[in-house]
Ligand binder design. Structure first.
Ligand SMILES: [Zn+2]
Length: 242
């Protein structure tokens, strides 16, 4: 086992490594990132960005299992995937950010789903191109069991999450907890599908419907395009709980 892997790097180092990797895994481009120390530090607890790399959870696991060597990581650090493959990053080339939720199109709306003013899904663009995700995954018992903070992946139960990535598509899934987040880029626009919870209430986004506590919401917005909204979909849980 390679124990040098680390996810607790200080935030300024995380953002330096993120920028260097162009907001995706240095090996495959997946926008969920962990920060791995591939050359152990002489001083315990000291982090040197030159000895660290931003990679996805699947590639962190390969490094931990010794299926990836430090020398390999050093070369990916020098030539990250998103730099070599500029035509297929997880990014939008258009100046606007267009997100489709069910049958409604939101333009330049970054807060996509919030409950009680707490954001569950936010997507912004960095350098007017790369997508930056903020996600909060609660289970049905209202425990926050994983989060994505500007593409940094944070969870203490890695083994229960499946993360699939190919250029333009990512799925994060916890089958046992029935949690799903899927983001797809098609013709320069983003499409979202999700099964999430807040305050124990299921929030479901399909290609056709948004359901809060099993009840369809926002049906009247279908087929419309809304620009510069503060929040695309926002719910209040007290209404549902009483
Ligand atoms: Zn990767």
């Amino acid at each position: 086992m390679n124990v040098a892997a680390s996810v607790n790097a200080p935030l300024p180092i995380q953002s330096q490594l993120k920028k260097e990797a162009r907001y995706g895994c240095s090996i495959c481009g997946c926008p969920l990132l962990e920060y791995v120390q591939f050359i152990p530090s002489d001083t315990p607890g000291a982090y040197l960005p030159e000895n660290m790399i931003a990679i996805c959870p699947a590639h962190t696991l390969k490094f931990v299992r010794n299926e990836l060597l430090a020398t390999g990581l050093a070369s990916f650090k020098a030539k990250p995937y998103n730099k070599l493959n500029e035509n297929k990053p997880f990014a939008l080339a258009s100046p606007e950010l267009t997100v489709n939720i069910a049958k409604t199109k939101f333009i330049n709306t970054y807060r996509l789903l919030s409950v009680d003013d707490f954001d569950l899904i936010t997507i912004r663009k960095e350098n007017n191109s790369y997508l930056l995700l903020d996600l909060n995954f609660f289970d049905s018992q209202n425990n926050l069991i994983a989060a994505v903070s500007e593409n940094s992946w944070i969870t203490d139960k890695k083994q229960v999450w499946n993360i699939d990535y190919e250029p333009g598509y990512m799925k994060i899934q916890n089958k046992k907890r029935q949690i799903l987040f899927e983001v797809k880029i098609e013709s320069g626009e983003i499409f979202i599908v999700a099964d999430m919870y807040y305050n124990g209430i299921p929030v479901k986004i399909t290609r056709d419907q948004v359901l809060f506590g099993g009840i369809e919401e926002g049906a009247e917005m279908k087929g419309t395009t809304l620009k510069n909204y503060e929040t695309a979909i926002s719910f209040q849980s007290d209404k549902w709980l009483t």
